[in-house]
Write a protein that binds this ligand. Structure first.
Ligand SMILES: Cc1cc2nc3c(=O)[nH]c(=O)nc-3n(C[C@H](O)[C@H](O)[C@H](O)COP(=O)(O)OP(=O)(O)OC[C@H]3O[C@@H](n4cnc5c(N)ncnc54)[C@H](O)[C@@H]3O)c2cc1C
Length: 468
């Protein structure tokens, strides 16, 4: 064991690489162990970044085919170059993962390629692909090994016709019929991509609503919009099996409450029923690191596991499985290790569905406030009454504010509409500073912008909007 590190991070996803860079910026001697060929984890390689590249390009394709004529622009029917679209996605991924390698170099973070495991507290064993091992010594270990797709019992994934999100980002031709299992964020985003490119998409969801966890009002309106776009839904239903019959797939679907099975035909089945923490090969049991009943590593408020010197962040611990949540935890734990007061405010973590229109939220839903018995007032403003939205032919959706009935402090903001994922951040900043709906309602907003609808919804909560 040559060197003693202050910190070794296992996993270089958004949690791990951000933690390593921040710790190095604060003067710690840092190494990262990554088993994948490239850095960046799920997010940069097979998650956020490639999916957003395909969401953008497929949206451009749809706009060229169906949206421009309404704006007085006549173009010939666009032709799909799927190879070209995938090449753009791959280039985007490469630029991002190379960026992480560059950041490691710039900040003098040592990068080791191999599977990291916790030998004992203070030691990380790196096993390379050819089986060679190396032991590294360190004062602290941060586990940031992320998550994997949840398997569906009775359904074999081959990543060719029965795929997870990873396979759905790599299809070489547009399937005529796609069945998406699960109406969560990933299923709806990737279902939207392939619907725009020409697939007949049917989403099968166990619950009787889409987007569990999102404000029900927003989810209901969004469900209607997706149906109008041509996506079919089978809610309150479960997929119990997928059978390959020559080139097609026969998908067995049953009512969630029980009943007769029906068979749907598909060319591709996308299984997107959630993600599970990934801890394989880490040697947690031997090191005595405790996990909870869902396999997530248990941590205290300072990201420390039950074993001194071992910390964990990101998808592998509790909380929403989101890249920016992992990043913020990475920064916080690095700051704690450097003797500072690192902290994550879990009440203000934005959540975005990058479809068209987008769905974005921060803070509590109306259902959560009701359940907690918190008295609140709600204010809503539709994009149909916003000048910029009319100019862009983007009037679908609304902004909804939820504020404490007595203090007017904003508790939650929910937006469905074009660019919702950008607009949500003014609500996040407002909430981070404990702001009220009156604070936002009295803040001058540039005209004409979609963000004026955010201000008017704040006004609607405190008093009355002008344009309604
Ligand atoms: C299709 C898809 C789209 C998504 N879109 C979004 C989005 O738009 N916005 C968003 O916020 N989130 C999105 N997510 C979720 C996001 O990708 C995750 O929340 C995020 O990547 C979690 O970061 P992490 O650092 O905890 O783990 P990961 O990004 O999963 O990184 C873990 C890393 O650890 C490595 N590793 C695992 N075990 C070991 C080991 N023993 N030794 C060495 N290395 C190891 C893995 O190879 C991996 O590189 C998406 C996910 C998917 C699948």
């Amino acid at each position: 064991m040559a060197e003693q590190y202050d910190l070794i991070v296992i996993g270089s996803g958004p949690g791990g690489y951000v933690c390593a860079v921040r710790a190095a910026q604060l003067g710690l001697k840092v190494a990262v162990v990554e088993k994948n060929e490239s850095h960046g984890g799920t997010c940069l390689n097979i998650g956020c970044i490639p999916s957003k590249a395909l969401l953008h390009t497929s949206e451009m394709f749809e706009e060229a085919g169906h949206g421009l004529e309404k704006l007085g622009i006549k173009v010939n029917k666009p032709k799909l170059d799927l190879k070209g679209m995938m090449a753009h996605k791959d280039e985007t991924v490469k630029a991002n993962v190379d960026g992480v390698a560059f950041l490691f170099k710039k900040n003098k973070v040592d990068a080791f390629h191999g599977t990291g495991s916790v030998a004992v507290p203070g030691q990380v064993l790196v096993t390379s692909d050819d089986g060679k091992t190396e032991t590294l010594a360190t004062k602290a270990i941060v586990i940031a090994t992320g998550s994997d797709s949840t398997p569906l019992p009775g359904v074999d994934i081959d990543e060719k016709t029965v795929v997870t999100s990873t396979g759905a980002l790599e299809l070489t031709k547009v399937p005529a019929r796609m069945i998406v299992v699960g109406a969560g964020v990933i299923g709806l985003e990737l279902g939207s991509v392939w619907r725009r490119l020409g697939s007949k998409v049917t989403v099968v969801e166990f619950l009787d609503r889409i987007l569990p966890g999102i404000d029900a009002d927003v989810a209901k309106q969004f469900h209607r919009m997706l149906r109008r776009q041509g996506i079919d839904f089978k809610l309150g239903s479960k997929v119990t099996g997928v059978e390959k019959v020559s080139r097609a797939l026969k998908v067995s679907v049953e009512p969630a409450k029980g009943g007769d099975t029906e068979t749907l035909d598909a060319d591709i089945v996308l299984v997107s029923i959630g993600r599970i923490p990934y801890t394989e090969g880490l040697g947690l049991e031997a090191a005595g690191v405790e996990t909870n009943e869902r396999g997530r590593i248990k941590t205290n408020g300072h990201f420390q596991t039950n074993v001194p010197g071992i910390f964990a962040i990101g998808d592998v611990i509790d909380g929403p499985m989101l890249a920016h949540k992992a990043e913020d935890e990475g920064v916080a734990v690095a700051e704690i290790l450097a003797g500072q007061a690192g902290h994550v405010n879990y009440d203000v973590i934005p959540n975005v569905v990058y479809t068209e229109p987008e769905v974005a939220s921060v803070g509590k839903t109306e259902e959560e406030l009701k359940e907690a018995g918190i008295e609140y007032k709600a204010g809503k403003f539709p994009f149909t009454a916003n000048g910029r939205a009319r100019a862009m032919n983007a009037t679908d959706g609304f902004v909804k504010f939820l504020a404490d009935a007595k203090t007017d402090r904003v508790l939650g903001v929910h937006i469905v509409g074009r660019g919702a994922g950008e607009m949500i951040h003014e609500a996040a900043v407002l909430m981070e500073f404990g702001g009220s709906s009156e604070d936002l309602g009295r803040t001058c907003h540039a005209h004409p912008t979609m963000s004026e609808a955010v201000r008017e919804a704040a006004m609607a909560t405190h008093f009355k909007p002008i344009h309604m």
